[in-house]
Design a protein around this ligand. Sequence first.
Ligand code: ZN
Length: 321
Amino acid sequence: MYEIKRIRKKGQEALQGFCLQDLEEGSMVGQGLWQNYRKTDEGVPLEFLTFPLLEETGIVKHLFSTRLGGVSQGDCASMNFSMDRGDSRENVLTNFGRIAQVLGCGIDDMTASHQTHTTNIRRMTEADRGKGILRKRDYQDVDGMVTDVPGLVLVTFYADCVPLFLVDPVHKAVGLSHSGWKGTVKRIGKRTVEVMQERYGSRPEDLLAAIGPSICQDCYEVSKDVIQQFQETFMPPQWEEIFYQKPNGKYQLNLWKANELIFREAGLKNSQIVTTDLCTCCNPKLLFSHRASKGKRGNLGAFLMLKGEMDDGADGMKNAF
Ligand SMILES: [Zn+2]
């Protein structure tokens, strides 16, 4: 039994103490976020999260993983995508393979970031298929990726930091970026929008953005030196939306709101942005959290691809909802 905690919002009942499998198919596990349940070809139950806002475009497949449905053990149990945290390559590739089944692709269609809290965005092409997972990476310090290649799966990794999904249904292009506090200060979300504009002609008014499961403000205490950087780069009227000071001199930082403001700066309207309220740190049995585990954890994965020409929209995802 996995307990799900949600942030209590005005007029919204908090859900607690249920297992994802107990929910109706297609029910919401967080604001703007669907839970999905599917058996792999091996008969293993696999649970993952999707945004209806992105799903409804009909041009992408995407998901954010949970800890459930993989083969990894111990601190990495069970759906871990990091090869650098004590897990075996074999386990991690098995986990990738199960996600590939859900997406209807191969592991060799996936290409991964190399996250070092930069704002570097790399344009991924056919030549990048498999890089960072099955094949050697020939790039580094890449925290965001964009592509217009159908069937090429962008993959980024998380355990409290903020996943940013971007879809341009008009120009058929996607972006996926990793935004920790450093990436947020440096506005990787806006940078991703700019790169999609430069590369694919994307217009901010056409984009859809999803801010995924990550650490909530209640769980995210930071020190003054972090807040000073936010004070330098955000306008004073925005400060009370994104942090507050506590009697102990520390601050609580709201990365969700900060990333929303950054997408607004980039030209998106609120109606084009969905932010979930599912917190990694509040739900450490369901999701990996660096803070909740004191660093003993695996990585969650965000996956985003444009559908291939062969995909008719009634493909492998249909059983997922
Ligand atoms: Zn939390």
